[in-house]
Design a binder for this molecule. Sequence first.
Ligand code: ARG
Length: 563
Amino acid sequence: MDFIKTYAEQITASLNEALTLDDVIQLIEKPKFEDQGDLAFPCFTLAKQLRNAPAKIAHEVASKINHPFFEKVEANGPYVNCFLNKNLASQMILQSLLQVGNDYGSLDTGKGKTITIDFSSPNIAKPFSMGHLRSTVIGNALALIAEKCGYKAVRINHLGDWGTQFGKLIVAYNHWGHEEKVKNEPIKELLSLYVKFHEKAETDPSLEDEARMWFKRLEEGDIEAQNLWKWFRDESLHEFTKIYSLLGVHFDSYHGEAFYNNKMDKTIQLISNKGLLTPSEGAQVVELKEFDFPPCLIMKKDGASLYATRDLTAALYRKETYQFEKALYVVGQEQSLHFKQIFLVLEKMGYSWAKEMIHIPFGFILKDGKKMSTRKGKVVLLEEVIIEAIQMAKKNIEEKNPNLLKKEEVANIVGVGAIIFHDLKNERQNNIEFSLEDMLKFEGTTGPYVQYTHARACSILRKANFNSLNTDPIGLNDDYSWPIVKLLMQFPAVIEKSFEYFEPSIIAKYLLDISKEFNKYYSHVKILSNEAGIESRLALVKSTTIILKEGLRLLGLKAPEEM
Ligand code: ARG
């Protein structure tokens, strides 16, 4: 049921194979305006090749095409415009959607191969920042989209659970900490200890020495230091898990930076064996001059290893453990240089798979045009933001649908969905302005709007007692259903493209388009009237719910049937 392919085949045949089928498929476009049909084939390339006028060629091609899939094929200047047979196209798409359900659009690009996705990766004892939220939401969507494309996704949380901040934290805890407080509100308390440390250290530099000493003790395996570290880690992780469960995100591995402590000597040895380790002002680096990059720092003067060394070790470990085909790192764009260096070092080490490692950067979340900061105590705690979104969603629901049964549950789904969708509807490299009011609107380009459209469609199906098993849709050819039918046909291509560019926004925008067209349909067409074609109209409604729900799922949102 591939209209584009059929069109391309017809064109290729009409040209006596002057172009290959693939060339033709590549050239076929979607026209901007409705009067230009559904598919267009531009004749410029061909004109050059055949040394003939494009319009003349277009005319000739158009006259030769005749196929039941197409209502009309006509030349329009240098283009061959094709109008699909609406009845046939809609019937076929509706039948296939009712049949395969939410499996529609599943691809086999991945062929079951593994893709590791390093995302979220917050730092222990520091708050979960807006950047970590973006990473979590984008990474989760990419994992779901990868699975839809036939990959096995391994979700890895590379926790920032090691580093000099632990020395500072231990000092602060020993001086000013309370066990109960840490237990009750770990992130808040650990953060305020961390902030206090910095305040005090401004006037008392001896605290920094003390912190260095504690971190050294920790690295050397001192029991007291280790126990505190482990406790801080457990408490923080427990808090993070609460956020993940609110967001509906899970991980296959929580191996963070500390996990690689005893594995890094081997990495350094390996780099050294390959003759890549160069001394530089007392430290050890891998030179990347030939790529015009600054050297990658492998070992500091004092022998301490670095963020980069851990990431190199993690990459080797993951390749060995998961045999990944691709490895994604969903991390803010401020770390672009770091990842370029890591990938180049692996390449220099002779690992061809380094080419399949991809950094997926994203922009900042802004509040009133400024970067939302989590430093210096002026933090917005994410859990509080999510809870506020849920409460606002609940208020909206109370107003709109006071009799709704599972209000709490729906408010959760809508509040969380609003935050996720607000992030994902933007191209990930762009910065996002954070506004709870905007993201929770039931109208406009929001998650709740798409969810609401889905619920509205579900309610029609409930009213009609629709059962897809007993339905055999005929075609639809009215003006309001056609844009929806065309969008439904595009779903597999939309998924493919969003994976190709690692860009969930392509799916988000697509869902907004469908919602818009569906709401137009809803207000102009009497879906439940006795006029002929009710089965097909309901099949269209059902198909829309399938795509909206599945599309939302791929972004990490749920779609309640009532709201
Ligand atoms: N913990 C780091 C941070 O918050 C992000 C880690 C990203 N992942 C990685 N493999 N380096 O900045």
